[in-house]
Design a binder for this molecule. Structure first.
Ligand code: ADP
Ligand code: MG
Length: 316
């Protein structure tokens, strides 16, 4: 499995260093280079450079596919119920595998509750809206950056479906990410973990908090967004390569004018500018009611869905 440039054939530590110094630090950069450039930059024979480029392109799946292959790939996409019929309908049936889905909204809008509910629901059998088969339970990874994960909620949400709460909890791999580098390292590691363990859902709650805290203010915005984009790109590859659903959350203030110095906030708040995926905005309504809206997804119908956060989870 080729995940980084050091996995490419013929790239030892010395060549890797030369490539990185010359600006070819990623598979993407190598995939679009010419053999001549790469040969000059790393001091390697042209034929080796050709081999490296070919391997990078294969790893990134850069090649023509027939429309039939595209169809077959899309047919492998599966959906996970959110627990709310209304929200499922808005999403075209539920949360999709192979896709990055972002929930963004103000504090208390229900992002974390949805994450908990999906970590439970993915374990349901296929005919109940989950991804477990008779011989294999579908598992979830929960990357918690804010310390808001509560096993008590998993317990309550499991009982709702008549699932054994302890069994459900044993199938949720939990990790607390302590800073943005740790968060990114965890996702790198997932490329090894996900295929071995029938993991069908990866949650990052929240994807942005460490990045915001570590790169505050306008002067750090470019650096922050660049690093965050790399992280989102990794998550998106994970979703695509292993056909898993990836859920990320992103807290934004209700009043955009509070973020006068931060254009990523001013234009709507979501972080998925460059990564392909689905963005869902959550708003508080009266009491335990919440309103979801899909932001710029041409293939999904416009409109809003009302759902509730109850004791037993996300419902209509
Ligand atoms: P966010 O992650 O978007 O900040 P949360 O997902 O943590 O928000 O949602 C918090 C809200 O969920 C609370 O305001 C509360 O209304 C609701 N909530 C949390 N726990 C329960 C529960 N046990 N029963 C009912 N509602 C709950
Ligand atoms: Mg939260």
């Amino acid at each position: 499995e080729v995940k980084s440039i050091t996995d490419l054939p013929g790239v030892g530590p010395a060549t890797a260093n030369k490539l990185i110094e010359a600006g070819y630090a990623t598979l993407e950069a190598i995939a679009v280079a010419t053999p001549q450039e790469l040969s000059a930059a790393a001091g390697i024979p042209i034929t080796t450079a050709q081999r490296i480029i070919k391997a990078a392109r294969e790893a990134l799946d850069i090649r023509f596919k027939s429309a039939l292959e595209v169809k077959k790939e899309r047919l492998q996409t599966r959906k996970i119920t959110t627990g709310s019929r209304n929200l499922d309908d808005l999403l075209g049936g539920g949360i999709e595998t192979r896709t990055l889905t972002e929930f963004f909204g103000e504090f208390g809008s229900g992002k974390t509750q949805i994450c908990h509910q999906l970590a439970v629901n993915v374990q349901l059998p296929v005919d109940k809206g989950g991804l477990s088969t008779p011989d294999q339970v579908a598992k979830a990874v929960y990357i918690d950056t804010e310390g808001t994960f509560r096993w008590e909620r998993i317990e309550a949400m499991s009982k709702r479906w008549g699932l054994d709460p302890d069994e459900v909890m044993s199938n949720i791999l939990y990790i607390r990410a302590i800073n943005s580098d740790h968060q990114m390292a965890i996702v790198d590691e997932l490329f090894n973990v996900v295929p071995k363990d029938n993991i069908k859902l990866v949650i990052v709650d929240s994807v942005t908090s460490h990045f915001r805290a570590e790169y505050p203010g306008r002067e750090n915005l470019a650096a922050r967004q660049q690093k965050l984009n790399r992280h989102l790109h990794q998550l998106s590859r994970l979703a695509e390569i292993y056909n898993v659903a990836v859920i990320i959350t992103n807290q934004v203030m209700a009043k955009p004018d509070v973020f006068y110095g931060d254009p990523t906030q001013a234009v709507g708040g979501h972080v998925l500018y460059h990564a392909p995926g689905i963005r869902v905005q959550l708003r508080k309504s009266r009491g335990n009611k919440r309103i979801a809206r899909i932001v710029d997804a041409p293939h999904l119908p416009e409109g809003e869905a009302v759902f509730m956060i109850t004791d037993y989870g996300i419902a209509d």
